[in-house]
Design a protein around this ligand. Sequence first.
Ligand SMILES: [Zn+2]
Length: 349
Amino acid sequence: MQQKIKNIREKFLREVEETSTPQGIENLKIKYLGRKGEVTKLLKEIKNFSPAERAGIGKLINDLKKEITQSIQQRLESLSKEVKEKKGDITLPGTFSSLGHLHPLSQIINQIEEIFQRLNFRIVDGPEIEDEYHNFEALNIPLDHPSRDAFDTFYLKSKEQSAKGKEVGKRSERLLLRSQTSPVQIRVMEKEKPPLRIISAGKVYRPDATDASHASMFHQVEGFMVDEEVSFANLKGILSIFVKEMFGEDVQMRFRPHYFPFTEPSAEVDISCLLCKGKGCSACGNKGWIEILGAGMISPRVFERVGYDPDKVSGFAFGMGVERIAMLKFNIRDIRLFFENDIRFLQQF
Ligand SMILES: [Zn+2]
């Protein structure tokens, strides 16, 4: 009997050592201490012994029972502690990941669009892959214009071109990455009749070498209005509202004569330097003025392309670089910062 008790004890110690889950320990408890358990069976055997022997054997079995009970209790406690450490303390405050926010360029685009929406302009999107006709020809940019050169535009090979290894079709059907947002003017006017008040923001592409003020991809906002009797005064009125909303009430605006193929007359629009308020500083090249956009009255030749009668309708158009506006507004000196995805930079906006 003593050998039997010793065997059960050793078996239990081995099994409890090998068990690593609380459920396994519970099973051991039933196996040894349950109603049909090993220890219970031993206790039932006591009656087979003589009264003189019973006391000694009874004590051995009870010691075993006590040892097993304690061992199971300890093992359960240490296991539940391990589980808690693995899972962490659920009563501690949680860890929070930061939510992030819109990219500064998206913020500027939203702000510009919102100002023009309040002036009854409608947001329209245009394709980033354009054809030569919409990007140049319809905008009155002739074939020999320098901006149509392959050094100033990303041309794409069409499927047919790649297959045959040479150019096919008319030159104006060649595909390209749009170099400006102005083709949106053509796409809208081809489909719709005046009155139109459109604002369109998006990416444009030019094979410029990247430096502090150039990137091969950047963003533009195009705006135009077409109706009967739209005048240059309307252009000036709309832009002066925009400039004050965007840069502040005390900002001055001026128009300088300029040339664009798709507007006549054309102008470049400057605002008084935000840093020196027009006195002259290094940011504005001591001029006191900073160029922010190009604008003008839409050329009659553009209207003819889309089937409008230039004698009946008139309109203005303007275009601006989003990065340029953002750099002015946030006083950023290097355009590359917008595209490096450096959290330390982006977090500041
Ligand atoms: Zn200045």
